[in-house]
Ligand binder design. Sequence first.
Ligand code: FMN
Length: 152
Amino acid sequence: MSGSELLIIFGTETGNTEALADDAKSFAKNFDLDGKVVDMDDITVEELSDSKLLLICVSTWGEGDQPTNAEDLYEAVCDADEGAMDGVNFAVLALGDTDYEFFCESGKEWDVLIEKKGGTRVNDRIDCDVDYEDDDECEEWIKTTLEKFSNL
Ligand SMILES: Cc1cc2nc3c(=O)[nH]c(=O)nc-3n(C[C@H](O)[C@H](O)[C@H](O)COP(=O)(O)O)c2cc1C
């Protein structure tokens, strides 16, 4: 595969964002992007810093909490130096449930954090409710975002 590498990380409890990350990897080929899907538990801050194109797929658990597999990485990025995400072009796909008070809170936190650490947002975050598979909005957002990544 000759396209630019797109790092796709997922934070999940029950696999929904992992499935969306896999979808994004499949679609990425159509945009000449080489998608690489990685569990948030299996990546370091340094690897995130080195990525040029970063898609974050993350759900929210508890009462506005990060999923378990996202906690350590989130804390590590919080502790990282200012500018740690310089050169990282990113977008956040957040999954949640509007029945909860803190809808898509962890996705919102990632969105703010990566920008605060120097990252450049390529598309506005999408906050998806439980019925996200019932219409094309989520899939369309992924494709639009991939196109933006591919034009960088
Ligand atoms: C116990 C529990 C707590 C949840 N807490 C929240 C929450 O605080 N905010 C929110 O937006 N969604 C919340 N959700 C909804 C999940 O984020 C949603 O079901 C999501 O699709 C799960 O994706 P995942 O399989 O990738 O973890 C919660 C769901 C469960 C079962």
